[in-house]
Design a protein around this ligand. Structure first.
Ligand SMILES: C[S@@+](CC[C@H](N)C(=O)[O-])C[C@H]1O[C@@H](n2cnc3c(N)ncnc32)[C@H](O)[C@@H]1O
Length: 242
């Protein structure tokens, strides 16, 4: 399948109302990120509709976002807000945002949307190059659930209720750590389709790629409230520039 940086966003014109797909962690995320760079400059990789970028800007940071989908960027720009978030259109593995940043962050497993180890490594090099001395890179990701990926294909019932159901059909390439997913939302209308393609990484691979980019792991917690890291589910990793 050809890689297209705009595909994910272009297929989600209703991103903010996809309650089932969102994390609803804007306040915790922005509080955690703001503490790492009080009053500083932050760069979000895959900023989307600004779900976390706006609350972060409201906490006094200057926030710039990189976004591959014009449709997503337009959803962000349409938002009426007391703060501004500048958006740069392009691939966050490569776009060189101007100026130095105290914080570069990539949340909601967006890092996994980069299609190959090579692009993920390039992204971390690019992030490190944007940082001030002592600056940090934050990645929110998950420890892949090995049980889900033990076969080459699977389905997952994400949600079921009286009104309908949300089913994810998945195909897995174990050698490349790549998963193609079609999320299908059944309800009163015609089914809606939300495809996604990602390359997952284990925490150890992420740490190694970060190290190769000159970034050392400072902490890995189970979430934004510094919950203990349990090597399952989600985590937040903080890297510092060497
Ligand atoms: C899962 S959404 C997360 C959006 C936002 N960070 C949030 O937490 O709500 C991923 C976003 O990254 C964008 N994206 C994916 N790959 C990208 C790439 N290579 N370069 C730039 N943006 C990308 C998508 O268009 C989408 O807006």
């Amino acid at each position: 399948m050809d890689y297209d940086i705009s595909a994910y966003g272009d297929q989600r014109p209703d991103y903010d109302s996809m309650g089932w797909a969102l994390r609803h962690d804007e306040e915790e995320a922005s509080a955690f990120l703001a503490d790492l760079a009080p009053g500083g400059r932050a760069l979000e990789l895959g900023v989307g509709t600004g779900r976390v970028a706006f609350p972060l800007a409201r906490r006094g940071l200057t926030v710039v976002g990189i976004e591959g989908s014009r449709s997503m960027a337009e959803q962000l720009e349409r938002k009426i807000s007391d703060v501004t978030v500048e958006v740069l259109i392009g691939d966050f593995a490569d776009v060189q945002a101007e100026g130095a940043f105290d914080l570069v962050y990539c949340i909601s497993e967006t890092f996994f949307l980069l299609p190959s180890q090579e692009s993920q490594l390039r992204c971390l090099h690019n992030a490190a190059a944007r940082l001030t001395k002592g600056g940090r890179v934050v990645v929110q990701a998950i420890v892949p659930d090995h049980d889900l990926f033990c076969s080459t294909q699977s389905t997952l019932t994400r949600q079921v209720n009286e009104q309908g159901a949300i089913i994810a059909a998945r195909r897995h390439n174990r050698a490349e750590q790549r998963v193609d997913v079609q999320n299908i939302v059944f309800g009163s209308k015609d089914p809606a389709y939300y495809p996604m393609h990602y390359r997952y990484v284990w925490p150890s691979e992420l740490d190694l790629m970060a190290k190769l980019a000159g970034l050392a792991l400072a902490s890995r917690t189970g979430g934004w409230r510094a919950e203990p890291y349990t090597a399952s589910g989600g985590y937040v990793a903080v890297y510092e520039k060497n």
